[in-house]
Write a protein that binds this ligand. Structure first.
Ligand code: NAI
Length: 719
């Protein structure tokens, strides 16, 4: 017996089915729902002529959440047939619902994302509560999937191929009710629950012979894919999609396009079967599993505090923060804190500089007001929280200090000493240093146990990740506090040790140097950029080097070299660094900020790859293939991640995945740098073998660490 998940009530011929899974906080398309839905549908059919209509609504905060992602991770080739049968049974139920012969209305009283909207699409009319927290859409593509419960078929038949693909299925946008209404995803909006109920009943009484448009002639708005006017656009559509993804793996988008197009040239039943086939292909594939693991489960693990020390409850909250340094990072940190409701004292050496930092916040807020994200009054209140100052006395009582002055250990020590007497005696002391060891910086204060690294990413108000760096003397209580503060800021904290470059800088350095090394081998720079994009990185690696400025990785690598030489007798120089040195010292092209790097720039805009690269580093090494370049970039970063896990610098694979996805643009399809190894085609042995092959050809930097033999195929955490 499964628990009933659907409550039944009847009022003068109109039956309301209220979905409320007693076993979970949200309604999902699980076995209990399927069983309850079967019972409800049979009972509806048995009423016969006395049935006037049906309202579907939810007894939970959200309307309906869709498929259970845990179930999806378990789907593989062995149980695909069973999974397909389950999906088909749900689809049959939804078809039964929409062909009952009476009007069915979805009264959407909470978010309807994914399966929730698919259920609503199988109703004849959709009315949503006008609540700013409600979201409506089909976000499956963002998890490497497609809407497999009729979402592709029904949106295409409802809105036409272009709108369904470009506004709903391919972007996966979660719309507010008013926007969903404008788009045609829903039909009406109600101001409150009573109005929602009344509107649903009124619609039923006024539309006794309601039918789905696809059961009424089956025309597709805008035309079927075999209409000549549509058919001629399809090759461009496919090419545009490929171009948008730069050739990186994107099975979900490709499957959505195919399923949508094919669905238009067959009847509804066949279309639903086509959709199922594509869905099962994606669900049994590795890429959807990677993305679900990295972006959903690992993110949940990280945010739920797997790397936060136990205890130290209740969670800490900061009231007022002293941000030292109002430059690029300080200004962004100040804005993020103000957005989270924290009072900010933004201090710089003089008032004009401090005000410049606050002006940055004002500019970003103005843009947000223009985009409708805040009202003017909200933006004013947020800005009001930031006080720009050059006076230490203004920092009195702050319970958090975040330092973001120049990257100079002496200066950083000095600014902490300056403010210690003014701020609260137990204020958390944090540095946003990107490269300096936290343990060393902590020595400049008299309470190093309260000192920690909070490494933000630029632009701070848009980047979700914060790397929390634990120094040798940082206490567990301080780590717990810092973790809570990062969550309070609305960001995602990963916890890392105090090794050189921490986690993210160290891993990205491996990719930057690898790309530079390729250039040194004479590989065409355009091929390196193409390999980067085809691997799934957001920008070419040489372009990224220019953005960061070549001197930065060159300097960090120098620090690694100095450190390694004292401990590692076998130290082998990375050939990429010599290329950076040539670019900086001989060619005087350190990057975009100087107007010249691997690329030429005009008015700050990237124009083309520098023609001199060929002369300096060419002629091209013949016979290289792009897949080898792709492997080198990805594997270089994955191996560095494995070393971070082996050394304990990282505490969990979840931190590794979330950090690499959010912080350094590791390709989404991999699920993160650790999941890339766990999900490598052919398994760990194949990953190890490929690494060793690369090591033979390119050097010991590709030798896999010993721990890879026992690498976890399941996620590992600390607690
Ligand atoms: P920036 O040069 O834009 O700003 C530094 C600010 O500190 C300047 O406004 C300067 O006037 C101020 N300052 C200098 N001495 C001061 C003092 N005694 N008291 C108060 N303010 C003082 O530098 P940016 O880029 O904001 O970097 C700041 C820190 O953040 C550095 O440690 C950097 O390594 C780190 N970081 C930078 C990232 C980036 O993408 N730029 C990313 C993550 C960390």
């Amino acid at each position: 017996m499964t628990d009933n998940t659907i409550d039944w009530s009847e009022d003068r011929g109109v039956v309301t089915l209220t979905i409320a899974d007693p076993g979970q906080s949200v309604n999902t398309m699980n076995a209990a729902f399927a069983a309850s839905f079967d019972v409800a549908l049979a009972r509806l059919a048995a009423i016969g002529d006395a049935l006037t209509g049906v309202v579907i609504t939810s007894g939970k905060k959200t309307f309906f959440a869709g498929g259970d992602l845990r179930d999806l991770l378990e789907v593989d080739a062995d149980n695909a047939a069973q999974f397909t049968a389950f999906l088909e049974s749900i689809k049959r139920q939804l078809r039964t619902l929409e062909t009952l012969g009476v009007p069915v209305v979805a009264a959407i009283n909470g978010s309807a994302l994914g399966g929730g909207l698919e259920l609503a699409l199988a109703c004849h009319h959709r009315i949503a509560l006008d609540d700013p927290h409600i979201r409506i859409g089909l976000p499956e593509v963002t998890l490497g999937l497609l809407p497999g419960a009729g979402g592709v078929v029904r949106t295409v038949r409802l809105l036409g191929l272009d709108t369904a693909l470009d506004r709903v299925l391919l972007p996966g946008t979660a719309y507010r009710p008013a926007d969903a209404l404008q788009l045609g995803l829903i039909d009406d909006i109600a101001t409150d629950t009573a109005a929602l109920r009344a509107a649903a009943r009124a619609w039923i009484l006024a539309h006794r012979d309601a039918r789905q448009c696809w059961d009424d002639g089956d025309a597709v708005p805008g035309g079927r894919a075999d209409d000549p006017s549509v058919a001629t656009t399809l090759p461009t559509r496919a090419a545009t999609l490929r171009a948008r993804h730069h050739g990186a793996p994107m099975p979900a988008a490709a499957a959505i396009l195919s399923a949508a197009v094919e669905s238009t040239v067959v009847d509804v039943e066949t279309a639903l079967a086509v959709e199922t086939r594509y869905f099962v292909q994606l669900a049994t594939g590795q890429i959807a599993k990677n993305i679900i693991q990295g972006t959903f489960f690992d993110r949940q693990t990280v945010r739920s505090g797997a790397s936060r020390p136990r205890g130290f409850m209740p969670p800490h909250r900061a009231d007022s923060v002293a941000v030292l340094g109002a430059g690029m990072m300080g200004a962004g940190i100040a804005l993020s804190a103000a957005l989270a409701g924290i009072t900010v004292k933004l201090k710089d050496v003089d008032c004009p500089r401090a005000e410049r930092g606050k002006a940055y916040a004002a500019r970003v807020l103005a843009k947000r007001v223009a985009a409708g994200k805040h009202s003017q009054a909200e933006a004013d209140a947020i800005l009001e929280r930031i006080c720009a100052t050059d006076d230490v006395a203004d920092l009195a009582g702050c319970d958090l200090v975040i330092e973001a002055v120049f990257e100079d250990p002496e200066l950083k020590g000095q600014v902490f000493r300056e403010v210690l007497d003014a701020v609260a005696p137990d204020a958390l002391l944090a540095s946003n240093t990107s490269t300096l060891p936290i343990t060393g910086l902590a020595r400049s204060v008299d309470r190093p146990a309260d000192f920690i690294g909070l490494h933000f990413f630029s632009p701070v108000e848009r980047m979700d990740l914060v790397e929390i760096v634990v120094g040798e003397q940082t206490s567990e209580a301080t780590l717990a506090k810092a973790f809570d503060i990062v969550l309070q800021l609305g960001k995602t904290p990963i916890v890392v040790g105090d090794g050189r470059g921490f986690f993210t800088s160290r891993v990205i350095l491996a990719r930057l140097l690898e790309a530079a090394a390729m250039l040194g081998e004479g590989i065409a720079p355009a091929s390196i950029e193409q390999a980067s994009l085809q691997a799934g990185y957001p920008v070419g690696t040489l372009a990224l080097l220019d953005e960061l400025t070549l001197t930065l990785p060159h300097k960090i690598y120098g620090q690694f070299r100095d450190e390694a030489r004292t401990t590692d007798a076998q130290f082998v120089e990375h050939p990429g660094d010599a290329v950076l040195a040539t670019m900086i010292e001989d060619a005087n092209r350190p990057g975009r900020s100087a107007g010249a790097g691997f690329y030429d720039y005009a008015d700050g805009r990237r124009v083309r790859l520098w023609a001199g690269l060929n002369e300096r580093f060419g002629p091209g090494r013949p016979g290289h293939d792009l897949s080898e370049l792709i492997d080198r970039l990805l594997i270089a970063e994955a191996l560095e991640t494995a070393r971070c896990l082996e050394s304990g610098l990282l505490r969990s694979t979840a931190d590794a995945n979330v950090g690499s996805l959010l912080g350094i643009g590791f390709p989404l399809w991999t699920g993160g740098a650790a999941q890339f190894i766990a999900g490598y085609p052919g398994g760990l042995a194949a990953f190890g073998a490929r690494s060793r092959q690369l090591a033979e050809e390119f050097g010991p930097r590709f030798t896999p660490p010993a721990s890879l033999v026992s690498w976890p195929t399941e996620p590992v955490g600390v607690n």
